[in-house]
Design a protein around this ligand. Sequence first.
Ligand code: AP5
Ligand code: MG
Ligand code: ZN
Length: 217
Amino acid sequence: MRLILLGPPGAGKGTQAERIVEKYNIPHISTGDIFRAALREGTEMGLKAKGYMDKGQLVPDEIVVGVVTERLKKPDCQKGFLLDGFPRNVHQAEALDKVTEKMDIKLDGVINVDVPDEELVERLTGRRMCKGCGASFHVKFKPPKVRNVCDSCGGELYQRDDDTVETAKDRLEVYHSQTSPLIAHYDKQGILLNINGNQDMENVFSEVTKELDKIAE
Ligand code: AP5
Ligand code: MG
Ligand code: ZN
């Protein structure tokens, strides 16, 4: 299956992606994760991306589109893929349309996770990530068993630099002005799957799988 996960910052894209890729056995391609990994490795791209990410702005299209295009050519994407956080504006969506056309493949579905803004700021500011394995927690909605310690690997938890109240609000603004028009873009293509993201993680996942199982038939 070739899928896109669309939704505002904090909607639960990463949380759902983890489960979706396991169930459907496809690679998870998160542009945000790719940039954060590049930054940890200290590459030029990582450093450049950080300047935009810390302000809650989008990394320039030419960088992002190049990264994704190369990634989609890797052999593991032949069985399908789940794009998380890409595309993020109409220009990126049109670039992806061209790439898929050139590769002679079609997207099967765009999972649109809907959550109201009020909920999102609390989700973002309460998120904690593991330094060791990248697992994601939340101080209230998914607390680790021991404070600041990862349940899976015992690693230390940290807060993402862009998860402050101020940057979270900037990211939401960017979502509404630049990313939300993609809902109409994919609705027109007839592949939009609307999911209520404002319920607990398990229920969101069962709604997602219900929709995906229909496509997989
Ligand atoms: P990116 O890393 O993609 O961040 P984002 O889109 O802002 O989304 P998040 O990762 O913050 O949220 P999520 O939806 O994955 O939620 P999660 O599951 O973690 O992008 C970061 C930056 O990189 C961008 O601002 C931009 O600068 C740059 N970038 C990336 N892609 C780009 C592109 N294509 N073009 C240009 N620039 C790009 O959940 C959040 C929290 O809520 C967690 O703590 C979780 O435990 C909790 N939670 C999840 N689900 C639920 C639930 N159902 N109920 C209660 N709590 C929940
Ligand atoms: Mg994410
Ligand atoms: Zn860990």
